[in-house]
Design a protein around this ligand. Sequence first.
Ligand code: PLP
Length: 467
Amino acid sequence: MIKKQMKKKSTKANKLERLDKKYLWHPFTQMQDWQREPQIIIDSGTGCTLTDIHGTTYLDGVSSLWVTVHGHRKKELDAAVATQLRKIAHSTLLGLSNVPATILAEKLVKIAPKGLTRVFYSDSGSTAVEISLKIAFQYWQQKGPEFTSKTKFISLREAYHGDTIGAVSVGGMDLFHSLYRPLLFQSYKIDTPFCYRCSLGREYASCGLACADLAGKMISEHAHETAALIIEPLVQGAAGMLLSPPGYLRRIRELCTRYNILMIADEVATGFGRTGTMFACEQEGVVPDLMAVAKGITGGYLPLAATLATEEIYQGFLGDYRELRTFFHGHTYTGNPLACAAAIANIDLFKKEQTLAKLRPKVRQLTKELKRFGGLAHVGDIRQKGFMVGIELVKDRATKEPYALEEKIGIRVVQECRKMGLIIRPLGNVIVLMPPLAISVKELMRLVDIVYKATEKITEGAQASSR
Ligand SMILES: *Cc1c(COP(=O)(O)O)cnc(C)c1O
């Protein structure tokens, strides 16, 4: 009987594996490799673990791509979505309003940096970024004839703001973006403020933030033709968890104010506690003019995003109907009630469970645990901001020579982790740790331990075989 059931289960699993390989096209994935190798299909999850169709359980070390905050199957979030489901699953914000979208808007404004007072919803980080770019552009077009030349954007090298064309235009990751260049609008690029590989060859803090001075030069030169500067505050996530030096963000805010360009903070990755505070901007006392949020907003439950704006920007869109100052933008599922209900419950949990206060000792513990990695011969740099961690592997620590792409060093470490029951995802040669904020200390220690063992095995093993 049991045997029969197991057989049935494994046949079903085999079928799913066949269907995946036959019909799915996975994001950011070379499908030729995908087809050849065994893959994991997730069936369920609870807390910080995921279970696949064979019943194997893994720690979720990437928060299901940086979104999970309070864990999977969180009672309060499940209940919030179920309750909303008994009322209505979707209703539009175009020409109508709905209850959860209204309640959530106030909650977002209350937790956001002071001065951001208006909420425009969409469904992904990319759309939240597109919206911030279009609002910034239109704002100046409507402000007066002396400002209509402000049509361009300034962004950072190695920036990642999403995959839609506008977001890619202000992106700076050549590996992902260079092919699309003919489709993109031009944006002026500031060098990445990244101390481990400082493009100016300087050292913090004796450099006096020379990178910010350089940014200032670019901003002052182009301010008259620039609508906005967009930046990932404190951490350039997808580029490999590049941390900007303390004070940099503050300086950028001051420069944007001085030269009269809008500052857009892309808090899609950093928002909702990821860096230790609700939003990364808080850590340098910065209030952006526009702020894009997504990923953690629903605690990882449903796709939802928002672009927050200051009252001054919002006012710039008011006027007689015939003036056409309307922001002509909106996605079909904008302000989806189910997603908003999840987001409300998620934000309430931050207070109820003291998520940020409980995070602090875990962040310190993690910092302590990560020190061990410094003893590995191929660990070049260990970067951490709150619960965003990047461990950069290098071929040669003295020269900082990177591993070649085809060595797939990050991928190999991650595969080794899977064998030990942990799911993480690398960014090139950088091993990324992004645990859910609610992870227990015990699980956190296990996570670090697995990554350490896998890194040691793959990097020190690789060194031995190449000799
Ligand atoms: C993930 C991410 C985006 C894109 O969000 P999607 O929901 O994947 O479109 C934009 N900006 C940053 C900083 C991100 O990390």
